[in-house]
Design a protein around this ligand. Structure first.
Ligand code: NAP
Length: 285
């Protein structure tokens, strides 16, 4: 069996087109959605991510700006800027690009963002709301994965789901979303014994490990839905996921590619969260 491909790029394009009308409806009410991205330091990967986020907003008529600081900036300066943005009615979403330089207390910075502008969904209040099954902002990557399940008509209720990875930005919120959707969820980490024993039971397998081609065909249950969150750069410069795509697509029922899978959905859901924030403020949601 060759798996059906869940095309994240096509779904992302379709969603972004559909957002334009919502943006214009908000603009007509004087609430054009606005996102500010704060970047500290010169990490090349972060610079690319931030550029893509700002351009993604501008392409669908949203307002967006980037605020950059030298890596040596003190935390108080960044917190002061966040306080200003929290009070700015033209800004609906604030995002601090991670990772921050070592002298920053990352948690304190994320907590400083007003919970109703926390479009990354990393604020403790929003994490709590998600855990309670009443999410306000869903972290963008797992939110994108849920949209892909919707697109692939994957019924999660009663399914065995296995998530490899327990990070705050992917693994944990992914697990919570799957629990909320009625799946039976196992979350694996680097200390998990007999990982393949778990993954082979999975109707839904989500890999968020950060290791190229980590999930091999023998770890996949025939017909499973395999979601590859990983983005790894190979020595030849090519991008590669956490799943051995060529091998696993012969076993899986549905699979996401890298590139062109979860990646394009992440920024799309950031746009969605910012639009949702503006809609809430305008009393539409
Ligand atoms: P992370 O914080 O490094 O977490 C990786 C997780 O994988 C950890 O929980 C770790 O376990 C687990 N792990 C490592 N080795 C393992 C093993 N041998 N067996 C089982 N579990 C193992 O990474 P992340 O931020 O979640 O990101 C994961 C991947 O997704 C990366 O490739 C990243 O680039 C990518 N990513 C993609 C997007 C996107 O838009 N597509 C967004 C975010 C991240 P421990 O907790 O025990 O260490």
């Amino acid at each position: 069996m060759t798996a059906q491909i869940i095309d994240g790029k096509a779904l992302a394009d379709e969603l972004r087109q559909s957002f334009k009308a919502r943006v214009e409806a908000l603009a007509a009410r004087g609430q054009r959605p606005g996102l500010v991205v704060i970047l500290v330091g010169e990490d090349p990967a972060s610079q690319v991510y931030v550029k893509n986020k700002v351009n993604g907003c501008l392409a669908i008529g949203m307002h967006s700006e980037k605020i950059t600081y030298d890596a040596a900036v003190d935390q108080a300066t960044v917190l002061k800027k966040i306080a200003e943005l929290n009070a700015d009615p033209a800004i609906h979403g604030i995002l601090v690009q991670l990772p921050l330089p070592k002298h920053f207390d990352e948690e304190a910075v994320l907590e400083a963002i007003a919970a109703d502008k926390d479009v990354d969904g990393f604020h403790a209040e929003n994490v709590g709301a998600l855990a309670q099954g009443n999410p306000r902002f869903i972290p963008c990557t797992p939110y994108g994965v849920m949209k892909m399940f919707e697109q692939g008509k994957v019924d999660l209720s009663g399914k065995e789901a296995v998530v490899i990875g327990r990070s705050n930005i992917v693994g944990k919120p992914m697990a919570l979303l799957l629990i909320n959707a009625g799946a039976t969820v196992t979350v694996c980490n680097s200390r998990t014994k007999d990982l393949a024993g778990h993954t082979r039971r999975a109707d839904i397998l989500v890999a968020a490990v950060g290791k190229p081609k980590f999930v091999t065909a023998d770890m996949v249950k025939p017909g499973a839905v395999v979601i590859d969150v990983g983005i790894n750069r190979l020595p030849d410069g090519k991008l590669c996921g956490d799943v051995d795509f060529v091998g696993c697509r012969e076993v899986a029922g549905q699979i996401t590619p890298v590139p062109g899978g979860v990646g394009p959905m992440t920024i799309t859901m950031l746009l969605a969260n910012t639009i949702e924030a503006a809609e809430r403020k305008a009393g539409i949601r």
